[in-house]
Design a protein around this ligand. Structure first.
Ligand code: F6P
Length: 341
């Protein structure tokens, strides 16, 4: 069998563990030929192929990023993209494709599976918002990094009597904010799932600084939004001088908090640091389990599915079930974050 492999969307730690597992199991156990496409779906469209054997995966387990390269490129949205994918699959004699990605890559995978290509997908995203799986590759490392950052920022917040806003990734879901917020003992967690009211935020901070402590840590997901019709929502729509206000949500929050409380406030945007460096043991294990499950599924001829971890088990979920859905943080987890503030 000739199996194509690609990584698409943002890089995450643990991708190389999945690539290694596919190659080791595919070549060693089944005698398949594995080829990699460079830079995600773009490599499939361009026919940018590299052979993958054991020499390519030596010592990659602890290495972040992806040895195949990646890109944010959606073939179904590009002119002639889908046809180009089908042409490459035919020209390269690819029997099946394993694609590792987040929502964008998985959406492309389901479109291409509909066109008749045999595909098994593996979920990865630090945002942990892929529907159908308890966890995705990269999430655990991101939470570990964000928790460490919160621990470190605590000392400055406390020494300077400041409000420290820690902005974490998470456009549509607040998984990193909620979990790292709980693990780091944040006073406030703002996530996209629960639009916030700036007046309540300010009331909380004033009460805390009056009665308990003179510093606070707020963990804010990049996708956090003010509640519709709340004071900040109105101001963000209008902006200063009637313009949409530039800058992320954290910068806006800093201005509002300083104006309304007088508390010295700082912002730390963790950004791509959350996606960098060596993967945690959990992400190496998850990548390895998903890689083996994917090549096993391909070999059995079970395709148009995504590997998923559910409880203790790795299972296969039909791609058609996950497309277009977002896995949100459950209310009880946000409640834990709130209750322990
Ligand atoms: O989708 C994962 C993610 O890390 C998001 O949390 C973040 O908003 C986005 O990627 C950043 O994308 P890029 O690397 O393209 O700037």
């Amino acid at each position: 069998m000739r199996v194509g492999l690609l990584t698409g969307g943002g890089d995450v730690p643990g991708l190389n563990a999945a690539i290694r597992a596919v190659v080791k199991r595919g070549v060693g156990e089944y005698g398949h030929h594995i080829v990699g496409f460079r830079n995600g779906w773009k490599g499939v469209v361009d026919g940018d192929v590299v052979p993958l054997d054991r020499t390519h995966i030596r010592n990659v387990l602890p290495v972040g990023g992806t040895l195949l390269g990646t890109a944010r490129f959606h073939p179904h949205a590009a002119d002639g993209g889908l046809d180009a994918v089908l042409t490459t699959i035919e020209n390269e004699h690819i029997d099946a494709l394993i694609c590792i990605g987040g929502d964008g890559t998985l959406h492309a995978a389901s479109k291409i599976a509909e066109a008749g290509v045999k595909i098994v997908a593996i979920p990865k995203t630090i945002d942990n918002d892929v529907w159908g799986t308890d966890s995705s590759i990269g999430f655990d490392t991101a939470v570990t990094i964000a928790t460490d950052a919160i621990d470190r920022l605590h000392t400055t917040a406390e020494s300077h009597n400041r409000v420290m806003i820690v902005e974490v990734m998470g456009r549509s879901a607040g998984w990193i904010a909620a979990t790292a917020g709980i693990a780091g003992g944040a006073e406030l967690v703002l996530a996209p799932e629960q639009p916030f009211d700036i007046e309540r935020v300010v009331r909380f901070l004033k009460h805390r600084h009056r009665s308990h402590a003179s510093f606070s840590i707020m963990v804010v997901a990049e996708g956090a939004v003010p509640a519709e019709g709340s004071a900040m929502d109105y101001e963000m729509q209008l902006g200063q001088f009637g313009q949409i206000v530039a800058g992320g949500i954290s910068e806006r929050l800093k201005v509002e908090i300083e104006e309304r409380t007088g508390f010295d406030t700082r912002v730390a945007v963790l950004g791509h640091i959350q996606r960098g460096g060596t993967p945690t043991a959990q992400d190496r294990i998850l990548g390895s389990r998903f890689g083996v499950a994917a090549i096993d599924a391909v070999t059995r001829g079970e395709t148009a599915v995504m590997t998923a971890v559910r409880g203790e088990n790795v299972e296969l979920v039909p791609l058609s079930e996950i497309a277009g859905k977002v896995k949100h943080v459950p209310t009880d987890m946000l409640e834990v974050a709130r209750a322990l503030a």
